[in-house]
Structure formats: structure tokens, C-alpha cells
Design a protein around this ligand. Structure first.
Ligand SMILES: [Zn+2]
Length: 259
């Protein structure tokens, strides 16, 4: 797990443990908090008093969760996105079907993870695909203690290209290895860059290496299934649909700009 983001530090005084450096920790939900005395927290977590111990373990659990959510790289815009606040209204049939597919994917995440079952969210811009994918990522962290990461195709391509610079601290292998780590990887905006051979190769490498390790991937694209096959190649799409990985289609018009 990555270390949480420390926003600020200050010298503080603990009545039991004396002077220590307190840290202001970034909160995924926006309520940043001071870490407090870590020695007190350690003592409380090992207290003989059950109430004190339980409270300390709850706090520890919440902080681990916060660190996991921050490590997901879910952008600010989608931090509040949940399956419950996805708006089904303007096109209830399609939206309802998409939402229940996503809900099912989360509910069955243990089985999906075991099988390495991926998912595709495909269709028009502004239909809430990123919202739903971020909601899924957040939910598998919260409900299953899994690790998840959100990224965009263009970021992966850029990170790989940056390793070609001799001064780069990261190697190509490091970038691929980091994309293999999370239990669930979301790749947004696939197919926006018109798919050069290089991009196709890079994305195939990511999808294929996760597939071989039975690690699920959610791919989001404004293209339809045929378009995605053209852009990513048949082999990549076959990996994503293997073991019954669903392709959820968002075929109604954009919700952006609608009241
Ligand atoms: Zn203390």
C-alpha cells in the first residue's frame, strides 16, 4: 500500500509519550485529519479494554481504507461517484441495465477476481461510463479490501514513452509491473488516440499480462465492440471477454447538458 499523502506537519505534545511530529493526512472524501500520536494508537490497538481496542481497530481500518482509496488514483471528479448515485432517468431502460450489470460485477467480485473476469463499458460520450467504473473500483476497495486503480490509456502510453528517455528512473518493465499490481485495473478512454500500432501493442501487453495472471481489467471506450476490435485488435478483446466478461453497451445519447 502506498503511504498516505501528508499535507502538513506540526510539532505536537502527547501527555504520555511526549513530543512528536503530527501529520495532516489527505482524506479521499475531503475531510483531512491529523494523524495524532501513533504510540497512543498502537497502545490502544493492543489494550486489554475491549472498547478501547475496538475503537482503535476501527480507526485503523478507516485509515487503511482511506490510503487504499487514495492509491486508486480515482480523479476528484469521480470520488463521490457511487452505484447508488448513478442517475437513471432520461433513458431508464439502457441506464438501468448498465447499472445492474455493474452492480452484479461488484456483488460477484470475488468470483470475478478468481476467474480473472474483465468487463468493457462501451458507448457514447457522457453516458456515465467513467462514473460507474469509478464506483465499481471504490466499492471493491470498500467491500472486499481489494486494491484498485484508475488510469487512462493516454497515461499508460505516456508513461511507457517516458521510459525511452535515458534519464528516466523507471524502466518499461516497471511501468508494466505497476499496472499488474492492483486487483482491479480500470483503463478509461481507450481508442481516443486513433490507435497507432505502438499504442495497440502497449495496451495489448497490459491487458494480456493481466489476463495471464487472472487479474480483471475494466476497459472503457467511446467505440462500439467492432470499433474496439479494430483499435485494440481481436486478441485483446478476446482476453477481455474470456470467462464471460461482459460488454456493457451505453447506446443512448449523452446525459451531459440535460437537466
Ligand atoms: Zn501518545
Amino acid at each position: 500500500m502506498t503511504t498516505p499523502q501528508i499535507l502538513e506537519t506540526k510539532t505536537a505534545e502527547c501527555r504520555t509519550h511526549g513530543t512528536y511530529t503530527d501529520e495532516l493526512i489527505e482524506s479521499f472524501s475531503g475531510d483531512h485529519f491529523w494523524q495524532g500520536c501513533k504510540r497512543c494508537q498502537f497502545d490502544a490497538a493492543h489494550s486489554n479494554d475491549e472498547m478501547i481496542r475496538k475503537a482503535a481497530l476501527t480507526t485503523r481500518h478507516q485509515r487503511t481504507m482511506n490510503a487504499g482509496l487514495l492509491a486508486s488514483d480515482i480523479p476528484l471528479r469521480f470520488r463521490a461517484a457511487t452505484l447508488d448515485n448513478y442517475r437513471v432517468g432520461s433513458h431508464p431502460e439502457g441506464q438501468g441495465a448498465a447499472l445492474s450489470e455493474c452492480r452484479k460485477y461488484v456483488d460477484e467480485f470475488e468470483a470475478n477476481w478468481d476467474a480473472g473476469r474483465s468487463m468493457m463499458l462501451l458507448g457514447s460520450v457522457g453516458t456515465g461510463k467513467s462514473h460507474l467504473a469509478c464506483a465499481i473500483a471504490q466499492q471493491v476497495i470498500r467491500s472486499f479490501g481489494a486494491s484498485a486503480r484508475y488510469t487512462m490509456a493516454i497515461e499508460i502510453i505516456r508513461d511507457i514513452k517516458m521510459t525511452f528517455d535515458k534519464k528516466s528512473e523507471q524502466t518499461e518493465r516497471d511501468v508494466y509491473a505497476s499496472l499488474l499490481k492492483p486487483d482491479l485495473l480500470v483503463i478509461d478512454e481507450v481508442g481516443v488516440q486513433h490507435g497507432s500500432d505502438f499504442e495497440r501493442q502497449v495496451l495489448f501487453e497490459v491487458i494480456d499480462s493481466r489476463y495471464r495472471q487472472l487479474m480483471p481489467t475494466i476497459v472503457i471506450s467511446n467505440l462500439g465492440l467492432a470499433g474496439l476490435r479494430k483499435c485494440l485488435g481481436d486478441r485483446a478483446v478476446d482476453r477481455l471477454t474470456d470467462a464471460g466478461g461482459p460488454a456493457v453497451l451505453f447506446t443512448w445519447a449523452s446525459a451531459r447538458g440535460e437537466a
